[in-house]
Design a protein around this ligand. Structure first.
Ligand SMILES: *Cc1c(COP(=O)(O)O)cnc(C)c1O
Length: 381
């Protein structure tokens, strides 16, 4: 990041003037701060941000400016960055499997909240972390899914094991709490319903009252044209079900959105390198770049195509196979993508809602991936 930084009006102004030949991510701090305020105003508890979804320092700084006071961190590098950029914020080390040296680093950095989903990793924490004033949240999972993909495949104790762990956390003198993640891009609010009721059941089984309940990330982003995520409805459901399930005295609630917080603040522009024999479209970005997660989470359909001069193409859309720039045949966007029929070499394909799991997972495979970030006032047009 240079000292004198240009702020552009919107993506098309940048594209028209700069004619970038590498992919560009447009970041609108105002959009990020609006989303942060939507969570802070609407969520019935503490709002933290899952750093992994987009660890750009400008993102962290803008979230702090908007009033975010907690961060979900997963590694020493994330802890180091948050301690530096948000020294008064809470750090929740919610990666339930850690090397001993990582735990020692977290303790030295003052981390006071950890998650756990197994006996072996709890034993490590009990060994290395002073219990006084420190929270351990037991991460549990259910066989339900309303999400784009299931997070329970890697982390989370069963309800029975979670009850055992919650008891052990309490007995070891830590603050006992519970946490879950319903799966990313979770468009079915009933997933939270099931998880919150299971949390109450775990407390009953354990005979331990959880101090806090972290309802995870998973809040959906706007990916499909015309399907707006219903964040406020999910917030209201979480508040109501927590109250019901814990009979009027729910634990303090926490959430840790990644995608739902940051996706809308970034728009990607990838240039059309070629339309091969009038058929397949080749972009300068693909699944080894900022479009890395599309094969797993599905296509974003909020697409505009603009000519190099900045005019938006409006011809009737037709399905195309779209490839990324590398020589790997899996470097292809899922399915067929609806694009204006007159799309041409040199055009920019502009995708909205691209802030999560994009810059963070971009690679330099095959020499591509020279992704730049440009700051804009607005993301429209
Ligand atoms: C990845 C992750 C999140 C964020 O998930 P989103 O689906 O991006 O909201 C939150 N909590 C934990 C523990 C995670 O691993």
């Amino acid at each position: 990041m240079g000292l004198s930084k240009t702020i552009w009006t919107n993506p098309s102004e940048f594209l028209r003037i700069e004619r970038p030949v590498d992919p560009v991510m447009f970041f609108a701090p105002a959009v990020l701060q609006d989303t942060a305020r939507r969570f802070l105003d609407g969520f019935p508890g503490l709002v933290t941000y899952a750093v992994k979804s987009n660890p750009d320092e400008m993102v962290i700084q803008n979230l702090v400016a908007a009033g975010i006071e907690g961060f979900d961190v997963a590694s020493p590098a994330e802890i180091e960055m948050i301690a530096r950029l948000a020294p008064t914020a809470a750090m929740h080390y919610n990666n339930p499997v850690r090397a001993r040296h990582e735990i020692e680093y977290a303790v030295a950095m003052g981390v006071k909240s950890y998650s756990v989903d197994s006996r072996s990793e709890l034993a490590k924490l009990v060994d290395l972390v002073p219990a006084e004033g420190t929270e351990i949240s037991v991460r549990f999972k259910l066989p339900v899914s309303g999400a784009a993909y299931n997070f329970g495949a890697k982390f989370g104790a069963t309800v029975e094991l979670a009850a055992e762990l919650l008891r052990a956390v309490d007995a070891a003198g830590f603050i006992p709490s519970l946490t879950f993640h319903p799966g990313t891009q979770c468009t079915d609010p009933m997933a939270w319903d099931a998880y919150i009721r299971a949390a109450a059941e775990i407390c009953r089984l354990a005979g331990v009252k959880a101090r806090r309940l972290n309802t995870g990330g998973g809040f959906p982003a706007h990916r499909v044209e015309g399907e707006l995520p219903a964040l406020e409805a999910i917030f209201a459901l979480i508040a109501r079900v927590a109250d019901e399930a814990f009979e009027g005295t729910p634990p303090a609630l926490v959430c840790e959105p990644g995608r739902g917080m940051v996706a809308e603040a970034f728009t990607l522009a990838a240039q059309v390198k070629a339309v091969r024999d009038d058929a397949h479209v080749f972009l300068n970005d693909g699944t080894y770049g900022a479009l890395d997660e599309l094969p797993i989470t599905g296509m974003i359909t909020r697409i505009a195509v603009v000519e190099p001069e900045g005019r938006r193409r409006t011809a009737e859309a037709a399905p195309r196979i779209v490839f990324g720039p590398t020589c790997d045949s899996v470097d292809r966007l899922p399915g067929e993508v609806m694009l204006p029929g007159d799309i041409a070499e040199g055009d920019y394909v502009v995708l909205s809602g691209m802030g999560a799991y994009s810059t963070a997972t971009n690679t330099r495979f095959n020499g591509f991936g020279a992704l730049t970030i440009a700051t804009v006032m607005r993301l429209d047009a």
